[in-house]
Design a binder for this molecule. Structure first.
Ligand SMILES: NC(=O)c1ccc[n+]([C@@H]2O[C@H](COP(=O)([O-])OP(=O)(O)OC[C@H]3O[C@@H](n4cnc5c(N)ncnc54)[C@H](O)[C@@H]3O)[C@@H](O)[C@H]2O)c1
Length: 269
């Protein structure tokens, strides 16, 4: 179902890797709602070639950019403004931790890997906004979003240094969001339920995460498609004064102390 919520809006979507990616679903829904956008991902991800299918389906151009490289981002934003003029929305759907990937325990963290993962998962959001800021390429009442996870507020074993990266990311949204206010642009993070994607399934014990979150969420876990629907509303003109927020999109998980489903499991023992 389409409501035409993004008719005439232009944007950049970072982070669609394959059909499971949250950014992939966001791109599909933005297209259905009438938006035009550029799809971007790291050059190494583009080599896998899957993104071309999404580009074809949504009539989009693909432009590679390592989101940690100011030079790559400058080229990307120049191409976007040459194509669209000023733009209306940006989705940052980027995350990676080498410590998680290599199974390095948090207590034995490799700091070189931490720095790389922090740059990719958190500082890249600052870099994206900085380049957009310097090039003055956002329209008034534009919307900038990044995806995050509740491990920024609560501990989840094996989410490892991504917890700290997400806390940093959410802080950047608030701090930079203040300055963007001067230009009538909003900046928020969406804190999504655990979702079966390439990044998600890299976390040890992810199946357990998913099942527990499902039982702890009165509405159940939010899917990637439901997350995409929510992002559409946040890019639309219906949410103009929402800014500098971390918005939980998690079926109620973040407000639950315990649920009957969890109690019943323990009562049965
Ligand atoms: N899957 C979950 O359970 C979950 C839950 C909450 C939040 N999130 C967040 O959602 C976002 C998207 O993740 P996903 O679950 O869709 O997984 P995904 O693996 O599909 O997406 C991660 C993306 O980051 C990109 N990326 C990595 N390094 C990059 C770089 N240097 N430059 C540009 N792009 C780079 C990857 O190529 C990939 O497209 C991440 O921020 C993730 O932390 C995921």
């Amino acid at each position: 179902m389409s409501y035409g919520l993004l008719k005439g809006k232009k944007g950049i979507i970072f982070g669609a890797l394959n059909e499971q990616s949250i950014a992939w679903k966001v791109a599909e829904r933005c297209h259905e709602e009438g938006a035009e956008f550029i799809l971007s991902n790291a050059p190494i991800a583009l080599r896998m070639g899957e993104l071309n299918g999404l580009a074809e389906k949504t009539g989009s151009e693909v432009i590679g950019a390592d989101a940690t490289s100011i030079e790559d981002l400058e080229k990307l934003f120049d191409a976007a403004t040459a194509k669209f003029g000023k733009i209306d929305f940006i989705l940052h759907s980027i995350g990676m931790s080498i410590n998680v990937r290599k199974g390095k325990h948090y207590t034995e963290m490799n700091y070189d890997w931490l720095e790389k993962g922090w740059d990719i998962s958190a500082v890249s959001f600052h870099k994206v906004m900085r380049v957009a800021w310097e090039k003055d390429c956002m329209n008034e009442w534009g919307s900038i979003l990044a995806l995050t996870y509740i491990a920024a507020q609560r501990t989840f074993p094996d989410y490892n240094d991504m917890s700290d990266n997400k806390a940093y990311l959410e802080s950047i949204a608030r701090t930079f969001g203040n300055y963007w206010g001067e230009r009538k642009v909003r900046v928020n993070t969406v804190s999504q339920s655990p979702t079966m994607t390439t990044a998600g399934s890299g976390v040890k014990g992810f199946g357990g995460f998913l099942g527990y979150a499902e039982d702890m969420s009165p509405l159940g876990n939010a899917t990637a498609l439901e997350c995409a629907d929510y992002c559409v509303t946040l890019f639309s003109d219906l949410t103009k004064k929402v800014t500098m927020q971390n918005l939980f999109h998690d079926g109620g998980f973040s407000s639950s102390g315990v649920t009957q489903r969890v109690i019943s499991k323990y009562d049965a023992e």
